[in-house]
Design a protein around this ligand. Structure first.
Ligand code: COA
Length: 474
């Protein structure tokens, strides 16, 4: 046992020593002429032609459903080689969920698994574990979002992974962090409720609401991707991997932090920017739902625009920001409100917000949301048209920037996906279609160094394929 521990420690130290040596060399070289000579020189290649931000980083992607796949797709967009491990014959459950084309991978799957390769491995098969160990040796990061304990039950404990590859970063999404709920399975809306989003979303006379944006799943995937990149950066210094964990509850709370701000402000008195203050409704002990009130302290409301009677999205978000109050009064034909003491200052307006917005709405109803957008932006009044998903899908500027991308898929044909929302000048994103189940199994086995005879042995063992039907029935 002691020897085992000693070996593991030595293994963990080895790369760190290398890093120390490099650092020392850098220091000595730098002293010779006062410059840090050994620091990488700027690339001579033009911007966008020297690989991508995460070129050379290899991800063992053990994720499924949405939160984990969001994370690994983002890493893939940045150039990482993402190897998605899927259960033979089944794959990620979302391949078949919400299917719109019979027998083909669903949009749920294809839109979250671009820029990845797929290998099928039964992780509970000894030969499957052999392949997984080879992957652990050659990858930089393992990302997983299994139910609590599932990775350990496969035999992939932190101790095992760290022993096989001390540089491996092991990133996990779980529903809850350590505590009373840590063993629970969690999906999007559970996280929205547990992270404080639902209790603060909706109108105060209605029930809590979940939002359409997937802040629990995709939001947590984003957080984990950030944690992984930080761990990769730290590994350059320490030479060792680490565990990265983001609980969905924590991810949602991070996105809802302004509501925890307001919870604490309640001690100092009512929240004056909430319309319920202006309407004389008392506050309770917890932050209430604020409807469409703006979170930043400037009153805002969603107002009808021309065509609202038939178009459910003919609305605009209108903010009565104090510095442009004069411009708003001019636009809506109420110049007298600029000097009338009942309207001239933000505090005076608070008890009259309903009437003020009703008056502004009389004006917005005479214009389309895009006309309101044009007119208001000319005088710096912040407004936001309520864009439908149809409008977003058809918006040329989003296509031009690569935020909405059309991809061709051999099974289902063309589909739209969301490209990389982060644009980088020296790491250009090419969006690639999602892989078919096990499409890259052979390619990856060869890359891992398995010879023909070994590949045959592993395949014949059944570790990479679905159990035959008769065997299943037996
Ligand atoms: N080979 C063999 N077995 C595999 C496998 C493979 N390649 N991939 C997965 N499995 C097994 C797991 O080992 C597990 O088996 P076990 O329970 O016997 O140990 C089993 O498949 C099911 O995995 P699990 O993660 O429990 O899936 P689930 O469908 O029951 O639960 C979630 C789904 C999302 C609720 C759950 O994974 C979870 O809570 N994840 C963390 C939070 C999260 O990410 N939620 C949001 C998802 S968008």
């Amino acid at each position: 046992m002691a020897k085992k521990q000693k070996n593991a420690k030595a293994a963990a130290r080895k790369p760190a020593r290398k890093v120390v040596k490099l650092a020392a060399a850098r220091k000595t070289k730098g002293k010779s002429n006062g410059k840090l000579k050994s620091l990488p020189r700027p690339s001579t290649k033009p911007y966008g032609q020297d690989g991508k931000a995460l070129t050379g980083v290899r991800i063992l992607d053990f994720t499924h459903v949405q939160s984990g796949p969001t994370c690994t797709q983002l890493l893939g967009y940045m150039g990482a080689d993402v190897i998605k491990v899927e259960r033979p014959g089944v794959g990620d459950i979302t391949r078949t969920q919400l299917r719109d084309v019979k027998g083909e991978d669903s949009l749920y799957f294809t839109m979250l698994n671009g820029n990845k390769r797929s290998i099928t491995i039964d992780s509970k098969h000894p030969q499957g574990m052999r392949v997984l160990n080879a992957l652990i040796k050659s990858c930089d990061v393992l990302v997983e979002n299994f139910a609590p304990g599932a990775l350990d039950r496969m035999g992939l404990t932190w101790d095992h992974i760290h022993k096989v590859n001390p540089r491996m970063i092991v990133a996990s999404v779980k529903g809850f962090g350590p505590g009373p709920y840590e063993d629970c399975k969690v999906y999007e809306n559970v996280a929205q409720c547990a992270g404080g989003s639902a209790s603060t979303t909706g109108f105060r006379d209605g029930p809590p609401l979940v939002t359409g944006a997937q802040i629990g799943d995709s939001g947590t995937g984003l957080h984990v991707a950030w944690g992984i990149v930080c761990a990769l950066y730290q590994r350059m210094r320490t030479g060792r991997g680490q565990k990265v964990l983001c609980a969905m509850q924590d991810g949602v709370l991070n996105l809802a932090r302004v509501k925890l701000r307001d919870q604490q402000r309640l001690k100092a008195g009512p929240l004056t920017e909430y319309s319920q203050y202006g309407e004389g409704e008392p506050f309770g002990e917890a932050v209430p739902r604020a409807g469409n009130d703006s979170g930043g302290g400037q009153p805002g409301w969603i107002l009808k625009c021309k065509g609202w009677e038939t178009d459910p999205d003919a609305y605009i978000y209108f903010i009565t920001q104090a510095p442009v109050w004069g411009e708003i009064c001019e636009l809506i034909g109420k110049p007298e409100w600029k000097t009338n003491p009942d309207y001239a200052t933000p505090p005076a307006r608070l008890p009259r917000l309903r009437q003020i917005f009703a008056t502004i709405e009389e004006w917005t109803k005479t214009k389309t949301k895009f006309e309101v957008m044009d007119i208001c932006n000319r005088v710096d009044i912040p407004v936001g048209p309520i864009l439908s998903m149809k409008e977003i899908a058809e918006e040329p500027s989003l296509r031009a920037t690569g935020t909405v991308v059309e991809v061709d898929h051999p099974g289902r044909g063309k589909y739209l996906t969301v490209g990389n929302p982060v644009k980088m000048s020296d790491s250009l994103t090419e969006v690639k279609r999602s892989p078919l189940l096990g499409e890259h199994t052979d390619e990856i086995l060869k890359e891992l160094g398995f010879k023909g005879i070994e590949i045959a042995e592993i395949k014949n063992s059944g570790a990479l394929s679905a159990p035959k039907k008769e065997e299943k029935a037996a």
